[in-house]
Design a protein around this ligand. Structure first.
Ligand SMILES: [Zn+2]
Ligand SMILES: [Zn+2]
Length: 798
């Protein structure tokens, strides 16, 4: 007998007790050290970044769905390796720590600053892990890894040393994107574009030693002193005569040539364009092409250089104001227009990007593009449409990846320089090095044999250098060969659409360099969570939804079910509390069904009756249909399909029609074959619903299974049900059956009883005729509706 369920409603409080018991029993831990096993399902889980900001509802939905991937794999019989890591390196924590303690990173002791960052991370990380656990994430929390641990940083450095030895890294002095606020070079992938209002200044330039002038419009007057040419379009009639002549640069008294170049747009400004080092990446291109000599305009601290003369040592903004002032004084400004300008900004600090020449380390990627395009075709994408984002990105890459950053909280670049000849030298792989505070592990220069005189590198790596090797870390690359050989390439990379060009791309690049193989066989890409009007959530719009209060109020399963039933694979999904409430209603319904079923003893396969009743055959046919549909949806990793399929069946067919049809047999006092058939079927349906729903709603399915099926844990039994239906053609009757039942219910509602003067109740008898095609169900239908077969108006030959 099953335990009768007494709790009237499913509540999120029950979830907390379940969580505790799961943790006590370690049900999701997997022994994965050195086990010979080819049956692994390895998830390259995205390590969340605890930057101190509250979590986005979309992120909570994202991790819930990644957990569904893990549970589906278990239901398909795999041994699931589901690690959890925390990404702790990089600029956001530095910025957050500076704000929190009201300090400036560069004005304090480096060690002290690193300690404060670590402290900040420890605090925010705790909250993170709590949220993940309360969502029912079935990951291996006991082995949570951190990208700033000695072990992880050793791997980052070791893999760098290996790439160095393979000639994939070089030091380059070249113009690159630079964020003044972050104080470092950044990669193209870290840049966002926004339309910003900016001033377009129209400046008079005199032709050399002449009273004639032309007008040049520019958005960067502060770079006037770094101008090395003026270009005009070859088709532009206005400038045909003066092509090749010299112009005087106002204020700075230098000559530059007027050069024809198709890049000059006759319709922008006046059609004549200053080429400065460097206004933007097009300038870099023009400097190269026209063989112009670079004038360094802005230094690494974000100030104008000595070339700016009286305007040196100013921020670009200050320099702009002062130079416009001076030009105005000299009556050289014709007009100033405000225009909207597509401006590259730093994704993190939102600062407009400068293009500055600095020495940085680069990892080669340009030469490798054709190979990468080939490899990216071998990954299976869920959904296929998002592969294109990766392909477009690879095609657009124009420069190698700058991997050095002038920041503090990150993995150190393991290099020492000879004091005498400046030769850079890397140590042996396999240890964690901090060159900014440690002596090198070698005593003489490989290049000039100079002894004991080295300077340690102070820079750190771009944080994607750490996170791009998660597949290597979780498969114990270079640590445990047996496990690595079984687990790598990993099975799947689940991640957001927004980090395809960074995390997905860099992982592909790094792991192929290091292993010659793809890091994963599959990539599962989720869309963004947007607000109920379909707009992106942002602080400034005030439409951000914090997931924690919602999870606390409605419970994790409600939240998870909402996430599954709302987000179609790869598409953006709308977040609204009303829809979450609708999910709660479904779970209440399921709980009530469970309570009802817990009243009846279990008849299982072994003691099922020889012959099943027709109504039971019909619902088993329906059950089989929706099982197949749900399992197919699961195997496509599209949880939208099973969630909606299971809800529709459970609520609108199983509960609304089937249970009503078999009640009289279930309550029959004689324990005959007909009753046994109903008992067998009702439990078979309920068990199947629970097994199918488990990946989405692990809490309520666990609780119902445990209660109704004598504490046999769902986790031990859980496999997707086999589908083998012999009664398939009976599903053709479903719509007719639903239609007939609805007609009877409506008729009762509309009929006023002679005795009570009220509409008939559902139990009241009613005169009706069961249609021929539903004849198979007639016994159950008569009992369900209390039908008195009325043939008085029936036109038959009989
Ligand atoms: Zn920045
Ligand atoms: Zn040397």
């Amino acid at each position: 007998m099953s335990t009768k369920i007494t709790e009237k409603t499913w509540s999120s409080d029950i979830e907390k007790g379940i969580l505790e018991s799961w943790e006590r029993e370690n049900i999701y831990e997997i022994e994965n050290n050195g086990v010979e096993n080819n049956n692994y399902y390895v998830i390259d889980t995205p390590p969340p970044y605890p930057s101190g900001k509250p979590w986005h509802i979309g992120a909570a939905a994202h991790y819930s769905q990644i957990d569904m991937i893990a549970r589906v794999a278990r239901s398909n019989g795999f041994r699931v390796i589901f690690p959890i890591g925390i990404d702790r390196n990089g600029i956001p924590v530095e910025i957050y720590t500076e704000k929190k303690y009201k300090i400036r990173m560069r004005n304090m002791d480096r060690k002290e600053f690193l300690k404060l960052c670590q402290q900040t991370l420890d605090e925010t990380e705790k909250e993170f892990i709590e949220i993940l656990k309360s969502l029912g994430i079935s990951a291996n929390f006991k082995e949570t890894f951190h990208t700033d641990s000695i072990e992880y940083r050793t791997l980052t450095q070791s893999t760098f040393i290996e790439m160095w030895k393979n000639g994939l890294i070089y030091l380059g002095d070249r113009p690159n994107n630079y964020c003044i606020d972050c104080g470092t070079t950044i990669a193209d992938s870290e840049i966002a574009y926004i339309d910003m209002e900016t001033k377009l200044v129209f400046i008079k330039f005199f032709l050399n030693e002449s009273k004639d002038h032309i007008i040049i419009a520019t958005t960067r007057p502060e770079l006037l002193f770094a101008c090395q040419a003026v270009i005009v379009n070859p088709e532009d009639e206005r400038y045909k005569k003066i092509q090749g002549k010299n112009l005087d640069i106002p204020i700075f008294n230098r000559k530059v040539k007027i050069i024809q170049h198709p890049y000059a747009d006759p319709n922008f400004g006046t059609g004549a364009v200053m080429v400065c080092s460097f206004g933007d990446l097009n300038d870099v291109q023009l400097f190269r092409e026209l063989k112009l000599k670079e004038i360094k305009s802005i230094n690494a601290t974000g100030k104008t250089t000595e070339h700016a003369k009286q305007f040196s040592n100013l921020s670009p903004k200050q320099a702009r104001t002062k130079i416009i002032e001076e030009l105005t004084n000299q009556e050289l400004v014709i007009k100033i227009e405000t225009i909207s300008h597509r401006t590259p900004i730093c994704e993190r600090s939102k600062t407009p990007i400068e293009i500055i020449s600095l020495e940085d380390y680069y990892l080669k990627q340009i030469d490798f593009k054709p190979k990468l395009l080939e490899y990216s075709k071998k990954v299976k994408f869920y959904p296929e449409m998002h592969r294109q984002i990766l392909i477009n990105w690879i095609n657009s890459i124009a420069i190698d990846w700058p991997i050095s950053r002038r920041r503090f909280y990150g993995t150190e670049i393991p290099i020492w320089y000879c004091k005498k000849c400046k030769f850079p030298q890397v140590p042996e792989a396999g240890k964690y090095y901090r060159p900014w505070e440690e002596e090198p592990p070698f005593d003489k220069c490989q290049n000039c044999n100079n002894k004991y005189e080295f300077v340690g590198e102070e820079r750190i790596f771009d944080t994607w250098m750490d996170s791009s090797i998660t597949p290597l870390h979780i498969t114990k690359f270079s640590k445990n060969d047996i496990f690595y050989n079984n687990a790598y390439p990993t099975t799947i990379r689940p991640q957001g659409k927004d980090i395809i060009r960074t995390w997905l791309y860099y992982t592909l690049l790094r792991c192929i360099y290091l292993t010659g193989q793809l890091p994963w066989k599959n990539a599962w890409i989720m869309g963004y969570g947007v607000d109920d009007k379909g707009e992106k959530m942002s602080k400034s719009k005030g439409n951000v939804i914090d997931p924690l209060p919602i999870i606390n109020k409605y419970g994790a399963d409600t939240f998870r079910f909402w996430s599954a039933s709302e987000a179609n694979l790869g598409y953006d999904f709308r977040c609204s509390e009303q829809k979450i409430i609708n999910s709660q209603k479904f779970l209440s319904k399921l709980w009530n069904i469970g309570r009802f079923i817990s009243n009846f003893e279990l008849i299982d396969e072994e003691n099922k009756p020889q012959k099943l009743n027709t109504t039971d055959k019909w619902i088993l046919a329906e059950l089989d249909d929706i099982s197949r549909k749900s399992i197919n949806g699961y195997n496509e990793l599209n949880f939208f399909i099973p969630s909606n399929t299971i809800r529709e069946f459970t609520w609108n067919i199983f509960a609304a029609h089937y249970i009503e049809l078999v009640k009289s047999r279930l309550y029959n006092e004689i324990d005959n074959e007909e009753r046994k058939s109903a008992l067998f079927t009702i439990h078979k349906c309920f068990k199947t619903i629970l097994l199918l729903l488990e990946p989405i709603c692990p809490f309520i399915t666990y609780e119902l299974w445990t209660k109704v099926y004598l504490n046999k844990k769902i986790i031990e039994e859980k496999r997707f049900p086999k589908t083998d239906n012999e009664f398939h053609e009976m599903t053709l009757l479903t719509n007719k059956l639903i239609k007939f039942n609805s007609e009877i219910w409506n008729k009762k509602k509309e009929t006023i009883s002679d005795t009570t003067k009220k509409p008939l109740s559902l139990k009241d008898p009613i005169k009706s005729i069961i249609p021929n095609e539903l004849e198979l169900f007639s016994n159950d239908l008569i009992a369900m509706h209390n039908i008195i077969q009325d043939f008085s108006n029936y036109n038959t030959q009989i």
